[in-house]
Ligand binder design. Structure first.
Ligand code: BES
Ligand code: MN
Ligand code: ZN
Length: 501
């Protein structure tokens, strides 16, 4: 089990052990509890503020180590910037930065005081909850394979975080669902970080099945069942692998009985060598993260079930491994998808869309969902277009696109809508089959999305290309992990804001 940071909420008190941090806004640094603290410290805070020219600007920290007059081993003033500019994201960042700083100092206990801190249109209790969320997200680590850490290069670890506020009970209540979302993100991060010799399709299936503890119904279809259903597109990808391909269906029924579900579909390529169209060696190790879409869907199902979301939700993931082998599919092979449409496999490295083609078709036909959103580390081209800041959004529905864009802004997981059009669709016409699986270099992310759309009927649908955001994205105050957990927050918010009863 991962070492957990214990998060509590309590009334404001200045008699804590460990590190005591007080959050202050710019220009109001020595009001309220900060001024009480200064008195206990014999005016040391005021003197330090003056000496360090500290005014509470965002991201600045004033640190007193081993001060006299308090039981805390160190006292921090942490600047939040102007109170009018404060946001949930800003508070999370402050919580994350403090947690990072304190862990680095090998301190195991952190108390953060929020006296009268709130963002515009946000009650103080919510502010406290978001500070705690930021610290919790920062506390994630994936170091289970490091057996030889010396004490010195061991990063510190905060064991207990107390957020001190005038409304601890309400803050605790606000934090509870956020903590479940963080748990879901941690599951996603774990799955993406695991190497492919450990997290092969069989192991992924085990971890998905563990969601049944939360009340999620998990069904697994193996190769024989998929063959019966005619999923030749998905199955072709796994032909070269020693590991059996799996289609995993996760269902959470928290909504009205009988109400149509919303559906999430994920690309789960546990390792993508490229197959016979093999990738070059440099950086190929990153392809252990090519199941990022499936990891996100799994983490989302965890979050929704753990916080008992009042919605009916299905998650469907195609979990396979793309390997070169005597049995592997070849360029030029033609496969028949469950939809009946045939596909000429020009490049075996364009495998994600082959997996999703059957997973999407299956999902819309079996569940008739209100909408269907797929997530996939689908193309390198999306990073050329958008870098690692935004995920690519492709959709046949303006309303769903708008809801996603708003949810993404609110949660700090941003999406940018990309065009889709007939002219791009033409680029995947095949000489021998109904379509081919690549459209050439130009607009590579768009032709991939056009391919997926051929397996979507009338249902509102969105495709998120997360190749840039799911892994190896820039480290932030709240994420230091290679696998970022991207997608859980935006989709949890989408469900919470629009699809819960
Ligand atoms: N999994 C890759 C896309 C990818 C690349 C994700 C880098 C994350 C980082 C996908 O299966 C792939 O190989 N796509 C090809 C498509 C091409 C063959 C049309 C690509 O992007 O080069
Ligand atoms: Mn590939
Ligand atoms: Zn891939």
């Amino acid at each position: 089990m991962r070492p957990e940071m214990n998060v509590t909420f309590a009334d404001i008190s200045l008699t804590r052990q460990g590190t005591l941090a007080v959050l202050v806004t710019e220009g109001a640094a020595l009001r309220g509890v900060a001024s009480d603290l200064d008195a206990k410290l014999g005016g040391a805070l005021k003197r330090a503020m003056r000496a360090a020219n500290f005014s509470g600007k965002s991201g600045t920290v004033l640190e007193l180590v081993g001060p006299q007059g308090v039981s805390a081993s160190r006292v921090l003033l942490a600047g939040l910037g102007k109170s009018g500019d404060l946001s949930a994201a800003g508070l999370e960042k402050a919580g994350g930065e403090l947690a990072g700083r304190v862990a680095k100092a090998k301190e195991t206990s952190l108390s953060i005081v929020l006296d009268g801190i709130s963002a515009p249109k946000m009650p103080a209790a919510d502010a406290a909850a978001h500070v705690a969320l930021g610290a919790k997200l920062r506390s994630y680590r994936f170091d289970k394979y490091k057996t030889k850490k010396k004490d010195d290069d061991k990063k510190g670890e905060i064991k207990s975080l107390a957020v001190l506020t005038r409304a601890p009970a309400e803050a605790r209540k606000q934090f509870a669902p956020l903590a479940k979302v963080a748990e879901g993100m941690f599951l996603t991060r774990d799955l993406v970080n695991e190497p492919a010799n450990i997290l092969h399709p069989g192991e992924f299936t085990k971890r998905a099945k563990a969601l049944s503890k939360l009340g999620v119904k998990v069904e697994v279809l193996g190769e024989a069942q998929m063959k019966k259903l005619g999923m030749g597109s998905l199955l072709g990808v796994g032909h070269g692998s020693e590991h059996e391909s799996q289609l995993i269906v996760m269902r959470w029924s928290g909504g009205k009985p009988g109400e149509k579900p919303v559906a999430f579909v994920g690309k789960g390529v546990c390792f993508d060598t490229g197959g016979i169209s093999m990738k070059p060696a440099a950086g190929m190790e990153d392809m252990k993260g090519d199941m990022g879409g499936a990891a996100c869907v799994t983490g989302l199902m965890h979050a929704l079930a753990a916080r008992k979301a009042k919605a009916n939700v299905v998650g469907v993931i195609g979990v396979v491994e793309n390997m070169p082998d005597g049995k592997a599919q070849r360029p030029g092979d033609i496969v028949t998808s469950m939809s009946g449409q045939t596909i000429e496999v020009i490049n075996t490295d364009a495998e994600g869309r082959l997996v999703l083609a059957d997973a999407l078709w299956y999902t819309q036909n079996r569940f008739k969902p209100k909408f269907m959103i797929d997530l996939a580390t689908l193309t390198g081209a999306i990073m050329i277009a958008l870098g690692k800041e935004y995920a690519g959004l492709f959709s046949n529905d303006d309303k769903l696109s708008k809801q996603l864009a708003e949810a993404g802004e609110a949660e700090g997981e941003k999406v940018w809508r990309m065009p889709m059009a007939e002219a791009y669709d033409k680029m995947i016409e095949s000489r021998f089959a109904d379509m081919k699986n690549v459209g050439g270099r130009d607009g590579g992310s768009i032709t991939a999305a056009q391919f997926l759309q051929r397996f979507v009927n009338k249902v509102p649908w969105a495709h998120l290309d997360i190749a840039g955001t799911a892994m190896a994205s820039p480290q932030t105050a709240t994420n230091q992990s290679w696998g970022s957990g991207w997608g859980v927050r935006i989709l949890n918010r989408l469900v919470a804001d629009h699809y819960e009863r």
